[in-house]
Design a protein around this ligand. Structure first.
Ligand SMILES: [Fe+2]
Ligand SMILES: [Fe+2]
Length: 363
């Protein structure tokens, strides 16, 4: 196969591949075939440990080297490509990797991976050309592939950062409600952590992170409740209680209608976390399966945490009494399976409670 045929063979796969590590391994295969090399490795930099590590390496397991050692280290530090046609006579070559792997490096072509800001983020390396020496044409081809690799890596990093910022924004929004409320920041966090444990027990493996975040938004609608009611120390009148109940619907209205699955589930949780399995909850008196599994989980973790914690207006219940209460309310307030999950995860939940204590004064 000539070089154009090799490129065409891989081109379609490369454009279709969405997974970055598979894409990088594909690019390494193309590089190896097109350059007639024995193997290729793709090093990325680890800023914290000041090393270069192989995200892809043909023929060997992960290699990690100081970021200023060897040919890869030189290319990384200088941001320049390098052709070394007799590795053992080059002062920059680091023999220790060969000694460790038992491989004999003859020649190397190494290209820096450069991001959009012009920073070097890694090194693409082709080792041991099968026939002859590396040429300038090889250098150009590997530079082209390095460009693809660098932008794929950068896009993934940007995506991750965006995703993190998005989740962070969502959580900060849920803490906005807490500024007005008597609840503590850690109550919100704990409900998310408990819910994640329960979801894990119930095998919602793909949704653990979503449930963790969405549960923490359960009381976001309290933002819309007047302070005179929300912060009233004593008992609420019937009318006031009805206003208070509106926090479920307000929360739902704030969160609904988004394309994001996280916000869709959070909207359901906001709406349903005070519904009861027997239909005596609020705001709609939904029964059993009419309440989503997310709402059913949020309901029990919210009550559990309220009972087991000190609040300015009440003392914490003893642990055993709390679990008794959950059991007594199986099929009334709570879903039987979720109560069982809570009992199974009892130690984990208590550990979460101990780890994330309340911070407000007077508790
Ligand atoms: Fe609530
Ligand atoms: Fe709550």
């Amino acid at each position: 196969m000539n070089k154009v045929q090799i490129l065409l063979k891989f081109a379609e796969k490369i454009t279709r591949e969405k997974d970055v590590s598979r894409l990088l391994s594909l690019l390494s295969d193309v590089a190896r075939d097109i350059l007639d090399a024995d193997r290729c490795s793709l090093f990325l930099s680890d800023m914290k440990n000041r090393t270069l590590w192989t995200i892809v390496a043909h023929g060997v397991k992960k290699i990690e080297i100081p970021w200023n050692k060897g040919i890869a280290g030189w290319v990384f530090q200088n941001g320049k490509s390098l052709i070394v046609n007799d590795a053992y006579s080059d002062y920059r070559f680091e023999k220790s990797v060969d000694l460790k792997t038992g491989y004999k490096t003859k020649n190397i072509l190494a290209i820096p991976l450069i991001n959009r800001k012009g920073e070097v983020i890694g090194v693409f390396q082709a080792i041991n050309k099968l026939h002859g020496n590396y040429t300038e044409e090889d250098e150009e081809l590997l530079t082209l592939l390095s460009g693809y690799a660098a932008s794929a890596i950068e896009n993934t990093a940007l995506y991750k950062e965006l995703n993190k910022a998005y989740k962070d924004t969502v959580l900060r929004l849920s803490h906005a409600a807490e500024f007005k409320d008597k609840e503590t920041k850690n109550h919100i966090l704990r409900t998310g952590l408990y819910a994640r444990e329960i979801a894990n027990y119930l095998h919602f493996d793909d949704e653990l992170e979503t449930i963790f975040l969405a549960t923490q938004m359960h009381d976001i609608g309290k933002i819309g409740i007047p302070d005179a009611i929300l912060l009233k120390p004593g008992k609420l009148s019937i009318e006031e209680r009805e206003v208070m109940w509106q926090h479920t619907i307000i929360g739902y209205e704030i969160l609904r209608g988004s394309k994001s699955k996280l916000l869709q589930i959070a909207a359901l949780i906001a709406l349903e976390h005070h519904e009861r399995i027997d239909g005596y909850g609020y705001p709609y008196g939904k029964k059993g399966d009419e309440i989503s599994i997310y709402g059913r989980i949020a309901c029990i973790v919210d009550v559990f945490d309220a009972l087991i914690s000190n609040r300015p207006y009440k003392k914490a219940w003893p642990e055993e009494k709390v679990f008794e209460f959950l059991k007594e309310n199986e099929g009334k307030m709570f879903d039987d399976d979720i109560v069982k999950a809570v009992l199974h995860k009892k130690d984990k939940l208590l550990e979460i409670k101990r780890r994330f204590k309340d911070e407000y004064k007077g508790s």
